[in-house]
Design a protein around this ligand. Sequence first.
Ligand SMILES: NC(=O)C1=CN([C@@H]2O[C@H](COP(=O)(O)OP(=O)(O)OC[C@H]3O[C@@H](n4cnc5c(N)ncnc54)[C@H](OP(=O)(O)O)[C@@H]3O)[C@@H](O)[C@H]2O)C=CC1
Ligand SMILES: O=C(CO)COP(=O)(O)O
Length: 314
Amino acid sequence: MTNDKIEKSKSIVILGAGAWGATLANLARENGHQVHLWSRQGTLSLETVLKDAEIVLSAISMKGVRDVASLVKSFPLSPETIFVTATKGLDPQTTSTPSQIWQTEFPDHSVVVLSGPNLSEEIAQSLPAATVVASKNTAAAKIVQQVFSSSRFRVYTNPDPVGVELGGTLKNVMAIAAGVCDGLHLGTNAKAALVTRGLAEIIRIGRTFGAKPETFYGLSGLGDLLATCNSPLSRNYQVGYQLASGKTLTEILATLPGTAEGVNTCRVLMQISEQQNITIPITEQVYRLLETEVTPQQALDELMLRDIKPEYHQ
Ligand SMILES: NC(=O)C1=CN([C@@H]2O[C@H](COP(=O)(O)OP(=O)(O)OC[C@H]3O[C@@H](n4cnc5c(N)ncnc54)[C@H](OP(=O)(O)O)[C@@H]3O)[C@@H](O)[C@H]2O)C=CC1
Ligand SMILES: O=C(CO)COP(=O)(O)O
């Protein structure tokens, strides 16, 4: 491997022992780091593990991020501790991204976003994957890059944390739409059109957060969009696929293995589009479908029969 080997084992606390937190914990342990995997249901004392933490990585579902961030704030931490966030969601109260929440709680610490086409089940099976670590602090991003890089997990740095984070968050809504598309057996042309127009919609939203458009063409944007929209392993895709079969959202969520952040993200995006007057037709139809305002077929018809226009007209 050409990467500089890490000189010293790092002390890492991973918050959230779900599918993603557990998988990231294994990647760091395989690289020789000391990892404490914390969850609210476990027996580890958060106060004790935080004392020596050089890196605190959050893989908490969006609904728990605000509470866990304020819990962490109540304990002493080294000023050098780097925060890493791997959550793909938006806060319903403030529309903030997880990295914005961590940075607000810990203004003097470096915050790094980790996001990419990373279906945890594949990584847990040791299949190769790549990801992105993004931060305003390049040195912090490089430390996190070294911690996780291996022959089966290739980690790139990026200077646009909000863009990287939004790529992973916004594609979840498109993955629900892609699941509907496949569940209705609409074919490869329809899927390609959906994903491509979905990317245009993601970029439009990303601009309002100040993200760089080019970030969305990278691994954390297009890469994650392709992975999630094409994999039955994706929980968001599964939500869409099952909606197409006529199940209700409540029925689907009752048996879904883990979190499908796209459901909540879609609702937050509707607030943002109303506040900022952004056109997000695919997200709007996913929202109406989740709210049972339209059937999958009606959602498709609405999208196909929108006013005709030039491809690049905003
Ligand atoms: N799985 C994947 O392939 C990937 C997931 N992600 C993202 O990572 C995040 C977590 O996903 P994943 O691990 O799959 O989800 P899981 O549902 O498997 O795990 C969620 C974790 O969040 C914790 N949690 C939820 N709510 C709270 C709360 N209020 N307070 C404290 N802890 C809470 C859960 O704790 P408890 O068990 O106690 O409920 C659990 O540890 C999501 O944002 C997801 O989009 C990103 C990349 C890949
Ligand atoms: O973010 C993911 C892959 O990059 C995981 O997708 P799901 O949350 O839809 O399973």
